[in-house]
Design a protein around this ligand. Structure first.
Ligand SMILES: N[C@@H](CCC(=O)N[C@@H](CS)C(=O)NCC(=O)O)C(=O)O
Length: 84
């Protein structure tokens, strides 16, 4: 089994869905990790090491770190009407 190269740290919010919808619309495999916002996990040192902004969604791809979504929210979706 091929291992996904992208790790998505997310939560069930519109911004979280935006990231997962974009990855899925593009057919990009990813490992999803749920961040519990109600428990403030986004402010814990383990998550701040991934995204110092302390917000989801965050993506780690091939050890490259992005801040905020790292995914242009609208642009990649335009060729895929009906998705998300
Ligand atoms: N523009 C940002 C917004 C990220 C954002 O506001 N995330 C919220 C959840 S939808 C969050 O992590 N809130 C928790 C906090 O700010 O502590 C993006 O889409 O990446």
């Amino acid at each position: 089994m091929r291992e996904a190269m992208i790790d998505l740290y997310t939560a069930p919010t519109p911004n979280g869905h935006k990231a997962s919808c974009t990855l899925e619309a593009l057919g990009i495999e990813y490992n999803a990790h749920t961040v519990n916002l109600l428990e403030n996990e986004q402010k814990k040192p383990e998550f701040l090491a991934i995204n110092p902004n302390g917000r989801i969604p965050a993506i780690v791809a091939a050890r490259e770190r992005t801040k905020e979504t790292g995914i242009p929210g609208n642009q990649p979706q335009r060729p895929y009407p009906g998705h998300c």
